[in-house]
Design a protein around this ligand. Structure first.
Ligand code: IPM
Ligand code: MG
Length: 368
């Protein structure tokens, strides 16, 4: 298996449309000798329709073997009624869990050209550069019991369980502190220690890891609700935010809107380094979902998807110069006034998904 082998999982809704633009970007890097190869497979509703499961065993094997998985989006009203175990989202959750992708990096960058597309005032978001580090394989997403039981008196009970063990908090805290060292040196840890035992432990463990291993980084603690409020009040106060699976899901959607559109936010989900070769299992996906309302219309914004591939260049393949070049190409495309519908404002050029992809590639050509 070549070193630079990818598994592309376009998924449902706008997934295939935005993945098509990533293929163009891969082809562009390959023309320059990057040597990427890829396989493609089904996930989500598309996999359910074909195999009756949200991801097939064959696709899981390919995911384990790939240098990186590039994932589009899953779900849609078509599959609202399918059994819970095989709902489209189950494919994504299985990939995260089985590949051990505990560290989800969600950078929220506000490009100067897009500051007016944000629902917040320009001065609050212009130049925003924060990183949400979300724990991705624990917490209430995976804790057992997770069930609906019949109480027999005409009542049912829905149960989800929030569980965190010390090691899970330690390893995600280390990722956050390591990232902060390469940035502005500040970590804000968010939990609900005033209500939740798991929050109390989270706070204790993050504090201990900090004291023992990262005295050079500044650590602050914030209750997660207050954190949500501060994110929309004064987002630039943050550098790295570390939080659990559920709070991270919510806070990253908030952070996405600060940047102008959910269509702008990429993410990387990383496992632990392999003790033999140091490589991490990894999956890259946009933060946004499958947007069934606009699927098939060719209007979706491919930037979050393309920038997710950029994170793969950076974190899986050590191609820092190429990743920087892709980021610059995206910024230049926005500076030139090229906009998909979600980020369009008066006076800008409104383009389709494919035209945005082509514009980024044209900018890659120019970005020396
Ligand atoms: C995300 C998504 C997923 C999540 C869904 C699709 C299961 O919202 O990646 O943020 O809740 O983690
Ligand atoms: Mg989400």
């Amino acid at each position: 298996m070549p070193d630079r082998h990818l598994l592309l999982l376009p998924g449902d809704g706008i997934g295939p449309e935005i993945m098509a633009e990533v293929k163009g970007v891969i082809a562009w890097f390959n023309a320059g000798g990057a040597g990427f190869t890829f396989d493609e497979d089904l996930v989500g509703g598309a996999a359910y329709d074909a195999h009756g499961a949200a991801i097939s065993e064959a696709a899981m094997e390919k995911a384990h073997a790939a240098g990186a998985v590039i994932f589009g989006s899953v779900g849609g009203p078509k599959w609202d009624k399918v059994p819970y175990d095989v709902r489209p989202e189950a494919g994504l959750l299985r990939l995260r869990k089985d590949l051990g992708l505990f560290a989800n990096l969600r950078p929220a960058l506000c490009y100067a050209a897009l500051a007016d597309a944000s629902s917040l005032k320009r001065e609050l978001v212009e130049g925003l550069d924060i990183l949400i580090v979300r724990e991705l394989t624990g917490g209430v997403y995976f804790g057992a019991p997770k069930e609906i039981i019949d109480l027999g008196n005409g009542q049912k009970r829905g149960i989800d369980t929030q569980i965190y063990d010390t090691y899970e908090i330690e390893r995600i805290a280390r990722v956050a502190f390591d990232m902060a060292r390469t940035r502005r040196g500040l970590v804000t840890s968010m939990e609900k220690r005033n209500v939740m035992k798991s929050g109390l432990l989270w706070n204790e463990v993050v504090t201990a890891v900090h004291a023992a291993e990262y005295p050079d980084v500044k650590l602050e603690h914030m209750l997660a609700d207050a954190g949500g409020m501060q994110l929309v009040r004064q987002p630039k106060q943050f550098d790295v935010i570390v939080t659990d699976n559920l709070f991270g899901d919510m806070l990253s959607d908030v952070a996405a809107m600060l940047t102008g559109s959910l269509g702008m936010l990429p993410s990387a989900s990383l496992g632990a380094p392999n003790p033999v070769n140091g490589r991490r299992k990894a999956l890259y996906e946009p933060v946004h979902g499958s947007a069934p309302d606009i699927a098939g219309k060719g209007v979706a914004n491919p930037i979050a998807m393309i920038a997710s591939f950029g994170m793969a260049l950076r974190y899986s393949f050590g191609m820092t110069a190429e990743a920087d070049r892709l980021d610059r190409a995206i910024a230049a495309t926005l500076d030139a006034g090229t906009r998909t519908a979600d980020i369009w404002t008066e006076g800008k050029q409104r383009v389709s998904t494919a035209e945005m992809g082509a514009a980024v590639i044209a900018a890659l050509e120019k970005a020396a």
